[in-house]
Design a protein around this ligand. Sequence first.
Ligand code: ADQ
Length: 478
Amino acid sequence: ADEVPIAEAGATFLVVANRLSVDRVTGPEGEVSWRTAPGGLVTALEPVMRKRGGAWVGWHGAPDEVVEPFEHDGYEIKPVSLSAEEIEEYYEGFSNATLWPLFHDAVAFPEFHREWWDSYKLVNQRFADAAAEVAAEGATVWVQDYQLLLVPQLLRAARPDLRIGFFLHIPFPPVELYQQLPWRKELLEGMLGADLVGFQVPGGASNFLRLVRTRTSHKVDRDRVQVGGTHVCTAKAFPISIDTEGFRELAESPEVVAEAEALLTELGHPKVVFLGVDRLDYTKGLRQRVRAMGELFTEGKLDPEDVVFFQVATPSRERVDEYRRLRDDIDLLVGRINSEVGGVGRPPIVYRHSSFPRNTMAALYRIADVMLVTPLRDGMNLVAKEYIACHPSDRGALVLSEFAGAARELRQAYLVNPYDLNGMKDVFMKALNDTPAAKGRRMRSLRKQVNEHTINDWADSFLAALDSGGSRAPGNEG
Ligand code: ADQ
């Protein structure tokens, strides 16, 4: 196109996220190209980028390497570099071993290290600088997630002309837990730099507002915070969703229908497929889920001749200790159950520690009679929504943890408390054996919910609220 290059004019819409929207692919001759990374966020924001003329600021994924900005699919890519030490301290450390466990109800012990915090501050400043550099006058900047909690404030300090939104993809913890953080005040002030702070559920917004009231001197009026004399920050829930139509079309495509058939054949045409799909993360409740399913097999309530439990777990954060332990635990647990139950054929639990292409995911959702989504705590959980979009029949069933953000919207799922093993076993059996009429009612109501609230609605409503809400100077608001 013959538009003015973004590099000169500045971008009027920016996304700032830990990772870029593109993955690097190296060809056989060593030639480098960039491919749009799969995932809902990129799908939702690319159209906005194209419309507004955008830039995506993020880390490119390799240590100690400077990558020059470039254009991709009509928008600007602005890579931020991280040293190997920063990856350890800012990313694996403070983001994934301090904030991640603490914000997920401390289901693993959060570690507090001052060096990690120093690195987190430094890297957040680098992201803010990179955004400040490419943003046009008065641009809208949307900062994503827990790795970048300080960016809104840092960015506002450098560029008071910008409109800044922030969205937290993970839960915002209860006040009592958050208080443990030695840097609790700084992180709150960091988020308050935004004009609009979005959470997955209203409970996250109210936890946040309660903390602002008790830990800062800013005046709070319902969901609005008057931040010093500079701006108003609004805190609200914007539940994220999926590209519902895209998933449905994919699941109905001939390729995926054929792949689903092939999967069933490979599994020896079991009567019932239970499915779990997760990143291998201790928040996802895998230990409890596998134990509950294992007991149902060993007690003879499920017959391994007829029933298979297919669990896929994407490798994740493998350099963080807690994740290595989890991987070993699940290997052991699955191995033990499989060696004790069943005949010589297919084992009762088919476990794959790997990532699958989207087609295979859709095929798995198609063949799953009972989908098990049982996190101990989860911001939203997109797998639950993807299953509803992809599963073609009214005979499917979604088992969903009360502690997933998605449980607020997907009321008609079979809800469970993942800490209650007996309770879970009962609900797994009920989800399997419920009457077709009851299952149909639930599936139809869930489908309606997922059809009517898509990822585009999420992005549109957040950006509309950001464009319209919150005044920059005190005294201007209604
Ligand atoms: P996650 O913790 O990663 O996301 P989730 O919302 O379930 O959790 O999203 C996982 C995504 O990865 C899904 O799109 C799923 O299809 C895909 N996936 C999982 N296992 C896979 C596999 N083996 N192969 C291929 N793909 C796989 C964080 C928060 C969530 C929040 C999202 C979005 O923790 O609570 O819902 O961000 O805001």
